[in-house]
Design a protein around this ligand. Structure first.
Ligand SMILES: C[S@@+](CC[C@H](N)C(=O)[O-])C[C@H]1O[C@@H](n2cnc3c(N)ncnc32)[C@H](O)[C@@H]1O
Length: 263
C-alpha cells in the first residue's frame, strides 16, 4: 500500500486553484538543452508543466507518487503519465525513464522539497544527457499586493501551520536558499542563490481560500481534527481582502534553480 502523500486528500481542489506557469519559462528552458527528444516532469500533479514542456520536446514522462493527483492529469499526445511508488529503486526508476543519458530536460515544479532529495538527484544525474541535459526546479511563495492587513493575517496563519509542516516545506519558506542543488549553473540560479522570478495573477477570494484549504499544512491539520481556517479567520481574511466579491491582482514570488551535471 502506498503512503498517503500531502495532496492525496485534496487533489481536485489543488489543481483547480493553482497558478499556471508562464509559457516563456518553458521556452527559455528549452533553449538551454542541446537536444529535444525527451523531458521528464517529476512530481507532475495534474501535468500542467508537462504539457507546457511537450510544446518543445518530442516526448515527456510525467511522474508522481500520488494516484489521486495523476487522475487529474491533463491528456496530451506527447505526455505519458507514470505512477511511481517511492519504493522503486534507483535502477528501476532509471530504467523506467529510458536509461542513463536519455533525458534532455528534467523539471520539478513546486515539488522537489517533498522528495527524497539525495535519491532523486542521484537518479537525475544518471538519466540526464551528458553533456547538454538540464534540470530545473522551482517553487513559489508569498502573495504580494493584497493589503498589509491581509499579509499580516497570512503570516499569523503560517505560524499556526508550523506544527503541521511536513519535512521539506521549510525549503519553500526559506525561498530555496538552503535547497541542495549539486549541479553546474546554466545562468538561471545556482545552489544558495536561486533566480528570483515573479508571477502576477488575478485571483478571486474564493480561489484564494480554496488554495489555502488545499495547502499541505492546513489539510494535514484538518486530518488531525484541527481547523486552522475557522469561520472567524475566514471573515478576517475576507474583510482584509475587501469583500468576497473582490478580485485582486497579486504577485507570487518564484525561486528557480537550473543546472547541468558537473563534469
Ligand atoms: C505542490 S504539487 C505540484 C504539482 C505540479 N508540479 C504543479 O506545479 O502544479 C507537488 C506534487 O509532488 C508530488 N510528490 C510528492 N512527493 C513526491 C515524490 N517523492 N515523488 C514524486 N512526486 C511526489 C505530489 O503528489 C504532488 O503532486
Amino acid at each position: 500500500m502506498a503512503m498517503q502523500g500531502p495532496y492525496d486528500q485534496v487533489a481536485k481542489g489543488y489543481v483547480a486553484t493553482r497558478p499556471q506557469y508562464p509559457d516563456e519559462w518553458f521556452s527559455k528552458l528549452s533553449t538551454l538543452t542541446s537536444r529535444h527528444a525527451l523531458a521528464w516532469d517529476a512530481g507532475t500533479g495534474n501535468g500542467q508543466a508537462a504539457i507546457a514542456i511537450a510544446e518543445h520536446y518530442e516526448r515527456v514522462f510525467a511522474t508522481d507518487t500520488s494516484e489521486p493527483m495523476l487522475k487529474q492529469g491533463i491528456p496530451h499526445p506527447r505526455v505519458q503519465y507514470l505512477y511511481t511508488l517511492s519504493s522503486l529503486s534507483e535502477d528501476e526508476t532509471v530504467a523506467m525513464l529510458g536509461g542513463e543519458n536519455s533525458v534532455d530536460l528534467i523539471t520539478v515544479a513546486t515539488a522537489v522539497h517533498w522528495f527524497d532529495i539525495p535519491k532523486f538527484y542521484s537518479i537525475a544525474k544518471r538519466v540526464l544527457r551528458k553533456p547538454g541535459g538540464v534540470i530545473a526546479v522551482w517553487t513559489y511563495t508569498g502573495m504580494i499586493g493584497a493589503t498589509p492587513e491581509f499579509e499580516r493575517i497570512l503570516r499569523r496563519l503560517r505560524e499556526a501551520c508550523k506544527p503541521y509542516w511536513k519535512p521539506g516545506i521549510q525549503y519553500v519558506f526559506e525561498e530555496y536558499q538552503n535547497l541542495p542543488f549539486p549541479f553546474e549553473s546554466v545562468g538561471l540560479g545556482c545552489e544558495g542563490q536561486p533566480a528570483h522570478l515573479e508571477m502576477s495573477r488575478e485571483i478571486s477570494f474564493e480561489t484564494f481560500l480554496s488554495r489555502l484549504r488545499t495547502s499541505s499544512a492546513v489539510s494535514t491539520a484538518k486530518q488531525n481534527g484541527v481547523d486552522l481556517l475557522t469561520d472567524d479567520v475566514v471573515k478576517e481574511f475576507e474583510t482584509a481582502w475587501g469583500g468576497s466579491d473582490s478580485v485582486r491582482t497579486v504577485k507570487l514570488k518564484v525561486f528557480m534553480l537550473a543546472g547541468t551535471v558537473k563534469a
